[in-house]
Design a protein around this ligand. Sequence first.
Ligand SMILES: Nc1nc2c(ncn2[C@@H]2O[C@H](COP(=O)(O)OP(=O)(O)OP(=O)(O)O)[C@@H](O)[C@H]2O)c(=O)[nH]1
Ligand SMILES: [Mg+2]
Length: 457
Amino acid sequence: MVLEKLSEGLRNAINKILRSNVADKEAVEELVKELQRALLTSDVNVELVFEISENIKKKALDETLPPGISRREHIVKIVYDELTNILGRKAYPLEIKPGKSNVIMLVGIQGSGKTTTVAKLARYLSKRGVKTGVVCADTFRAGAYEQLYQLINELNVPFYGDQNSKNSVNVAKKGIEKLQKEECEAIIVDTSGRHKEEKGLMKEMQDIAKAILPQEIILLIDGTLGQQASSQAKAFKDATNIGSIIVTKLDGSARGGGALSAVAATGAPIKFISTGEKIEDIESFNPTGFVGRLLGMGDLQSLLDKVREAELKTDKNAAMAFLSGRFTLKDFYESMEQLKKMGPISKVFDMLGVGAKIPNDLKDVADDKMRYWKVMLQSMTNEELVDPKIIDRSRIIRIARGSGTQTRDVKELIDQYFAAKKMAKMMGKQRTRGKRGMQLPPGISPEQIRKWKGKLA
Ligand SMILES: Nc1nc2c(ncn2[C@@H]2O[C@H](COP(=O)(O)OP(=O)(O)OP(=O)(O)O)[C@@H](O)[C@H]2O)c(=O)[nH]1
Ligand SMILES: [Mg+2]
């Protein structure tokens, strides 16, 4: 996996918010902290990280939710959007104009991955039906010719190089002429790399470009550089007409996130990323899909599907627990809270096909009194929560005092709990009967049972 560490950090943060009960301020702060840790470890620029953090916090808590989207879904989408933004948002596919010789020249400092990537691109384009040729215009490094020749050996693509010449401009020109004659639609030119401070490298790059007039100059940047990649991208851009960028060595690079975001920040389109030493380890770069993968979620649609599914599962589990009749006071509260998320409690019961059987008291009470229930529960001992039968008058007085409520409120909660428990047991029985095809109790139709089972399946 590309950027494994970053991906792991981001996934952890996202999963945490998906699992949390409420997406409140605290949960968002926690999420942002985890994201920051993951991004900074990947060498993403501090200011950029800070900016994203602020955006996420603000949007997560202030923005109105789109219809049918939960707060958590919305937050995941915000994170997704912010991360996509720092990677440039748009995809820039490599354009090969048909019926022409598209000359593509690769430049970059020593060891950035030019020669390897020339071969990778030749394979990539050939596989897509583009007749591709390769020119070795690196006359500086001993063995450059041999290296490229070996790499493309199996590809069966036209190749030009001259081991005896030291004149890279001439070699490049001759190579293009030869491959044009062979009707190559894409001609990829490998150039030499020296240190970026060396004026000689920039000069040679300019001379070759002037002589062969490439359709596109692609700068190769080593992803292990992290955010330093930005100054290198700028230096090259100033020296020549860089059209796009390929970030290499993103496999296992701990600082790849920093490199990608820094390059994107210069405004240069990242067209490919290179993710290994093998010839097939190259992929066209699409920020949207890439972020989806980092977060472990193919694309936005499947991301949203996944969030929805995750939420539905907890709701269903809660509904099942509730209807089994085996729950403590705390479970009762949690189940009600989960059910509430599906909509107003009374509607949820109707939706489950059991609305008619629920005491009106419970339906009305549940919707607006749950806030008080929470503080009351907090004032109870564990013993009381697990076995509410022991809550006698003196305990009720203590709980009311501790929670700042009236004794009748506490009593009401306990009564509701027992009513719900009784009701749930009854419902459970009806459900089993319906399932076995036995006679249904009055007031419950087979249609209702089917609907109900469908919701809970
Ligand atoms: N792990 C990994 N290694 C890579 C990747 N791309 C290139 N390399 C390795 O990096 C080293 C340098 O690659 P080259 O393609 O020779 O780099 P270059 O820019 O042509 O180097 P010079 O011609 O000397 O300037 C080689 O050992 C490659 O196998 C990549 O995406 N991942
Ligand atoms: Mg090379």
